[in-house]
Design a protein around this ligand. Structure first.
Ligand SMILES: Nc1nc2c(ncn2[C@@H]2O[C@H](COP(=O)(O)OP(=O)(O)OP(=O)(O)O)[C@@H](O)[C@H]2O)c(=O)[nH]1
Ligand SMILES: [Mg+2]
Length: 328
């Protein structure tokens, strides 16, 4: 198949016009590793870059079994009642693209399965050591072009927060009552990362309330400058719907806060630079970065003012590192 520039322009136009059929086409393209498809995918992402920033990008993270998928199902229903369309990426921790997690997610999200305003795609977690896959990053860009809200489910406490935080506006951490998440968070110095804490399974009663107080205590401990966002710790039950409206309100309040403080694009730009740095270090090690002149030089090469799609910038910088390595 010959992929012409006009085809990617047409695909990007259809996405931005919210043609739902264009979404799987675009996602298939970005997951296709053949050379021509990779080039077309980079061209597509470059056309979308900067045109898809209105969509709300929300990461939903938390330990296995905390209730992330069930919460997403509840959030989707609330967002649909507010006339928002929703694209979802469920990051499948297993390397295989089929299996239990995927099936479970599909079943639980079935209430939305026949709704044109909801789209779910599972993606493999990793295609390189230690990082969220590049196709996950690109998938968010595709969904952000065609839907009002993009939700991304990732599993874990620690590593996955620091990765997903670079790709979203708002990071929601789903805490499991009684699991000691807040203690782990404080130990790892990660308590400042989430923008909204949700203690799910509020229907379990006192144990959930205790976890909420622990989190509130932990959040209060960090030294925030005046006017900074303080992450709320909300009690909710994805199962019976309690507190779900408040979770959506908190997500929207956080976005409004970013807009008011002029930090919406800054956050995405900083995340893009961080992601690029991590991706280059994963592939070439810090040695590769030194070859480019060190972290400061790399920073200067990632000009966040220029609207360059992350994967396009990645290809450009990878070529530069390889040139430098060849020269020795
Ligand atoms: N009591 C109660 N159980 C819940 C609630 N939300 C989810 N669960 C249950 O918790 C279990 C795990 O829910 P999932 O939504 O699959 O959790 P998850 O975080 O997506 O799990 P992984 O994707 O495997 O990491 C299921 O048995 C749910 O029915 C809730 O609000 N209350
Ligand atoms: Mg899940």
């Amino acid at each position: 198949m010959c992929l012409t520039a006009s085809m990617t322009t047409e695909l990007s136009r259809r996405l931005l016009e919210r043609d739902r059929k264009a979404v799987p086409e675009a996602l298939n393209l970005i997951e296709d590793d053949r050379r021509a498809q990779r080039d077309a995918s980079a061209a597509l992402l470059q056309e979308l870059e900067g045109n898809n920033r209105a969509a709300l990008r929300v990461g939903i993270t938390g330990a296995p079994g905390a209730g992330k998928s069930t919460l997403i199902d509840a959030l989707v229903r609330e967002l649909r009642s507010r006339n928002k369309t929703v694209g979802i990426i469920a990051v499948d921790p297993s390397s295989q693209k089929s299996g239990g997690a995927l099936l479970g997610d599909r079943l639980r999200m079935r209430s939305s399965a026949s709704d044109e305003g909801v789209f779910l795609r599972s993606m493999a977690a990793r295609d390189r050591l230690g990082g969220l896959s590049a196709s996950c990053r690109d998938g968010i860009e595709i969904l952000a072009s065609a839907f009002d809200v993009v939700l991304i489910e990732t599993v874990g406490v620690g590593q996955s927060e620091s990765e997903i935080v670079n790709l979203v506006h708002t990071l929601v951490f789903v805490a499991q009552p009684g699991a000691g998440d807040s203690v782990q968070f404080m130990k790892a110095g990660l308590i400042e990362m989430p923008d909204v804490f949700v203690v799910n399974k509020a229907d379990t009663g006192a144990i959930a309330e205790r976890t909420q107080s622990e989190l509130l205590g932990g959040v209060g401990l960090s030294d925030e400058p005046a006017g900074a966002w303080t992450a709320p710790a909300l009690l909710a039950s994805a199962l019976d719907g309690t507190g779900i409206c408040e979770v959506v309100d908190a997500i929207i309040e956080h976005r409004d806060h970013l807009v008011e403080t002029d930090a919406l694009n800054t956050r995405l730009n900083r995340g893009k630079a961080e992601w690029l740095r991590g991706a280059l270090i994963d592939r070439y090690g810090t040695h590769g970065i030194e070859k480019l002149g060190g972290p400061d030089a790399l920073h200067a090469m990632i000009d966040t003012e220029v609207s360059e799609a992350a994967s396009v910038a990645y290809q450009r910088l990878a070529v530069a590192v390889e040139d430098a390595l060849r020269k020795g």
